[in-house]
Design a protein around this ligand. Structure first.
Ligand code: ADP
Ligand code: MG
Length: 693
């Protein structure tokens, strides 16, 4: 509208119609400058290409009409409401529009003014269609392009204080600045991948000629994000190749000693993973490997193999578990395996500097601890290792981003320039392609195949009315000396309602099973209390454990054969699969009961679990249904937060971005060339946001 030359660096407040109040609302959307505004991608588009003749409109339809204001007035009702009314006429007829205001009484619309109305026809009375609070666009004279009319119209994110039309108009007014926006991607890369320049892409993103153009624009922006991400991952891989780690040799003698300690033969799948890990450990560069395996695939044994190798070489090993319960379990497993050896396992409890903790720290720094097991407590700043050679992270998706990084940065006092090897385990079966994105700078081992002698777990999806059948089955199992879990969902630790559910559940089960011990485990319990309950369950003193999802990962009680999940509809499929992995760990088989309490009849999603026992297939299904974020339970920890890109949909684009990143770094490994400066800055910025990989 105005002739002022604005640049992308100017404040949004400099745009016409952006008042101080609206300026503030923009701030809340994360928009300060025109550049920010131009990057605010529309949430969707509405087809407002063709105005409808007013005479054709029917009640209930949503439509765009374009016409001139025939008459307009505003008045106040007795109730104090202000109403603006306008009769808008086109060649075919007249429509009536009304808008309602609480406070002031607006001025009537000027007669003859050309306007567009967009909304739902509330009624048609006396051949006049009536709109209630339609979107109003004041139009310039015919032939001038308009942001909200005669096109695919973008619907941007908005917030209190600014509506979509206001944002749209602001973007429209900011559009001339788009061409001045510096493009991250060198033009030869754009050419090679047939991508439009940034300015052009932004225009098409906001005001596309058609939906295909909008999609192409989105892909261009997605490419930028993915390219920066891939550059970051490639640089981290390269940096790691430059680092030194203590090589861990595995002569035959060591292999034999380790095998003798393991209580079972490794499966071929475990052996393959071990071979890959051993090959890494023997090198003088740090291993950085993700060990993926479905629940119950036997990841612990593989990790123990690596651990024993490192200890045999005289290095310290840190094992980080997501909960105290799991840390204790690892200590016990190790303790049993190493009963008559000289390997000293230290369990490091987090929290206050008690006398016991100080003593433990001294042993770790001295020459008195070979293996240190704990939660993120093993990362504490006060923890100094003598010579840390290997870090094992169990169930990595439960970990904070920062924590893992600190640990990897830790070496030892003996040779501080060395970095430890790092093995990260996850039971969230991530489709391989996706794993490469999310943990793109790690090598990946997958444990395939099953542990022999396992009877697969039966899965029932039941409605609440089948409670009696479930109860009978649980009772029968407990009578046979087995144990059972009943799981309640608990989204947040502060979820009072769910907590009440769990308490009530415990009461109900205790009453129904008077001959058995029923325990309750939830996140609100004190740490000691949690451990006491878990410990009692593991010993078999507690027969039925009612729990919120604290038992989700890793707990290993082979005698537990039944798992009942209440409100199964609230869980993700992968999460349920993990839970199901808590049973069927022994040879007795098991039963997983998913109680579907959803109101609507939609058991189809849960039936996937009944039909499939392969975590990878389930994860693929989950991905299709819920997207990447939810695969990890909650949206959290350093998953690549892409704004324009969306995975797995954009995997082909990702593959291209990776190729482009490789080519760029081949020419300019440190991104030092002046024409790569902006790209280099973007990579640095991203590395701060995305610490995880
Ligand atoms: P996860 O991969 O879920 O961490 P675990 O390492 O806890 O699985 O192993 C699950 C169970 O299987 C444990 O009880 C473990 O002792 C047992 N196990 C692991 N490997 C083997 C094997 N090769 N043969 C027999 N049992 C095994
Ligand atoms: Mg485990």
């Amino acid at each position: 509208m105005s002739d002022v030359q604005r640049t992308h660096e100017d404040d949004v407040g400099s745009l016409p119609r952006v008042t101080a109040a609206r300026r503030e609302a923009f701030s809340r959307l994360g928009v300060e400058t025109l550049a920010d505004l131009l990057r605010l991608a529309p949430r969707r588009y509405e087809d407002r290409r063709h105005p409808r003749p007013i005479a054709d409109l029917e009640a209930g339809e949503t439509a765009l009409v374009v016409g001139r204001v025939a008459t307009s007035r505003s008045f106040r009702t007795r109730a104090g409401l202000a109403i603006l009314e306008a009769h808008v006429a086109d060649a075919s007829g007249t429509a009536i529009a009304r808008w309602f205001y609480r406070g002031f009484r607006p001025k009537p619309l000027p007669q003859e003014r050309r306007v567009a109305l967009f909304g739902t026809v509330a009624a048609v009375r006396a051949e006049k269609p009536e709109f209630k609070s339609p979107e109003l666009e004041r139009l310039a004279e015919q032939g001038t392009p308009e942001p909200g009319c005669g096109r695919y119209v973008p619907i941007h994110p908005c917030t209190t204080g600014i509506t979509a039309p206001v944002v749209r108009r602001a973007v429209w007014d900011a559009l001339p600045a788009a061409d001045g926006l510096p493009d991250l991607v060198p033009s030869e890369v754009l050419g090679e991948h047939e991508l439009p320049p940034l300015g052009q892409a932004l225009r098409a993103l906001h005001f596309p000629d058609d939906l295909a153009a909008a999609e192409q624009a989105r892909r261009r922006l997605a490419f930028d994000e993915l390219l920066v991400h891939e550059l970051l991952l490639a640089r981290r891989r390269a940096a790691r190749r430059e680092m030194a780690a203590p090589p861990v040799p595995f002569p035959t003698r060591v292999h034999e000693r380790i095998r003798a300690r393991l209580p079972f033969e490794l499966t071929p799948g475990q052996q393959r993973a071990v071979a890959e890990i051993v090959a890494d450990l023997e090198r003088p560069q740090p291993m950085y490997r993700l060990l993926q395996g479905d629940v119950g695939s036997g990841k612990t044994a593989v990790a123990v193999y690596a651990l024993l190798g490192a200890v045999a070489r005289g290095l310290q090993v840190a094992v980080m578990a997501p909960t105290e319960v799991l840390a204790r379990q690892h200590v016990e497993t190790l303790g049993a395996m190493l009963a008559d050896s000289r390997v000293r396992v230290e369990r490091l409890v987090g929290g206050r500097r008690t006398k016991a903790r100080v003593a433990a720290l001294e042993r770790i720094a001295g020459d008195e601890a070979d293996v240190v097991v704990g939660t993120h407590a093993v990362l504490g700043e006060d923890v100094r290792f003598r010579d840390l050679g290997l870090v094992i992270v169990d169930e990595q998706h439960k970990f904070g981003v920062e924590q893992r990084r600190t640990l990897v940065a830790k070496g030892g006092t003996k040779a501080a320039w060395r970095r430890p090897h790092c093995l990260v385990m996850t039971a969230t079966p991530i489709p391989r392609t996706l794993a490469l994105t999310v943990w793109g700078d790690m090598d990946v081992s997958v444990i395939e195949g099953r542990i022999p002698g396992r009877t697969p777990v039966d899965t029932w999806v039941v409605r609440p009315s089948e409670g009696r059948r479930v109860m009978e089955r649980v009772r029968a199992e407990l009578r046979a000396g087995r144990q059972a879990y009943v799981i309640y969902p608990l989204v947040e630790e502060s979820d009072k309602l769910a907590l009440k559910d769990a308490h009530a559940g415990r009461e109900r089960w205790a009453k129904a099973l008077p001959d058995h011990e029923v325990g309750l485990l939830h996140g609100r319990l004190k740490r000691d209390e949690k451990e006491r309950v878990m410990e009692a369950f593991r010993r078999g003193d507690v027969h039925l454990l009612v729990a919120t999802v604290v038992v989700e990962v890793g707990v290993d009680v082979p005698n537990a054969t039944v798992l009942v999940v209440e409100h199964a509809e609230r869980f993700g499929l992968s999460q349920l699969h993990q839970l199901r992995g808590r049973i069927g760990r022994g040879t007795a088989g098991g039963l997983c009961v998913l109680v579907d309490r959803s109101r609507e009849e939609t058991p189809a999603r849960l039936e996937v679990l009944a039909a499939d026992t392969d975590g990878f297939a389930i994860a693929e299904e989950d991905l299709k249904l819920r997207g990447v974020g939810d695969l990890f339970g909650t949206r959290q920890h350093g998953r690549p937060a892409f704004r324009a890109a969306s995975l797995p949909r954009d995997l082909p684009l990702l593959v291209r971005a990776r190729a482009a990143a490789g080519a760029l770094l081949a020419q300019d490994p440190a991104l030092e060339r002046p024409d790569h400066a902006r790209l280099a800055r973007a990579v640095t910025l991203r590395s701060r946001q995305f610490q995880d990989a």
